[in-house]
Design a protein around this ligand. Structure first.
Ligand code: MN
Ligand code: MN
Length: 281
């Protein structure tokens, strides 16, 4: 007898044989506008059955990689600091076992825990960030731990010149001014990703994908939709630029499934995660 529990499609390897541990981080306590990202990871897991394990883009199948789906972490709602520490601890165990942590959010703040774990183990970690929002506020409504400040907190960990942003089209004036001398920000677009990927060749990379970088016409299911975004095709091409790089860990965040009753957004998120698993493992 064997339990038949839902896993993300094709991610049914045991932990020991796996090269990556996929897990959900169902946390959205600092969401500034419309909450619900805590349901993103479970929606992706159950709806992934609707996509194929095979990628015609890459000619690879999820059965070609070994991924263990650990399920969702139990995170304390309302305590951002403790939730981030739980995520950091889990990712640290996975990294120490020589595997890639792969996280499904959740809101974007969850990225901080995973980056802390990766940066503590890999010198010179670079962070590649896809998002509509700069997320570079030093604090949001008095809170330094907020999804609107997450990349600023990531910068606290990795430092000058180590963050590369793509698709950014929203933020406060001060964020854009601060960005100029602290991070590399590609406004509105992501087609320069191949040049950055060449620059980062040989360096350890963490990739964080805030799904609201997509245009709301293709991805309405998110807490802070922002017009003028990337198409699925543009985002996929930009992600694929990093396929040959040393991607230590990565995440996909900010799917808020209940804002899109058609569930197209969830299907887009599942397809992007499949492409990332096949490209980066
Ligand atoms: Mn974000
Ligand atoms: Mn965003």
């Amino acid at each position: 007898m064997r339990r038949n529990l839902p896993v993300f499609i094709g991610c049914d390897a045991s932990y020991d044989e796996a090269s990556a541990a996929l897990f959900g981080a169902p946390f959205d306590s600092t969401t500034s506008f419309r909450p619900g990202a805590r349901f993103g990871c479970s929606a992706m897991r159950t709806e992934s059955i609707g996509i194929e394990t095979y990628s015609p883009y890459q000619g690879r199948d999820l059965s070609d990689v070994k991924v263990f789906d650990a399920g969702d972490l139990e995170l304390p709602f309302g305590n951002a600091d403790a939730a981030i520490r739980e995520i950091e601890k889990f990712c640290g165990i996975v990294l120490d076992d020589g595997k890639h942590p792969v996280m499904m959010g959740g809101e974007h703040l969850v990225t901080l825990g995973a980056v802390r774990a990766a940066a503590a183990r890999r010198n010179g970690l670079r962070v590649v960030h896809f998002d509509a929002h700069a997320d570079l506020r030093d604090e949001y409504m008095g809170e330094s731990l907020s999804h609107a400040a997450v990349i600023r907190r990531v910068w606290d960990v990795v430092g000058y010149g180590a963050v590369y942003q793509f698709g950014i089209r929203s933020g406060a004036r001060e964020e854009f001014e601060w960005a100029r001398s602290h991070v590399s920000t590609e406004l509105f677009r992501a087609d320069t990703a191949p040049r950055v990927a060449r620059e980062l060749s040989g360096r350890p990379i963490y990739i964080t994908l805030d799904l609201d970088v997509l245009d709301p016409s293709e991805f309405p299911g998110t807490g802070t939709p922002e017009a003028g975004g990337l198409s699925f095709w543009e985002l996929r091409n930009a992600l694929m630029a990093f396929a040959g790089c040393d991607v230590v860990a990565f995440d996909i965040c900010e799917l808020s499934p209940h804002y899109d009753p058609s569930a197209i957004s969830t299907a887009v998120a599942c397809k992007l995660l499949r492409e990332m698993l096949l490209a980066f493992l």
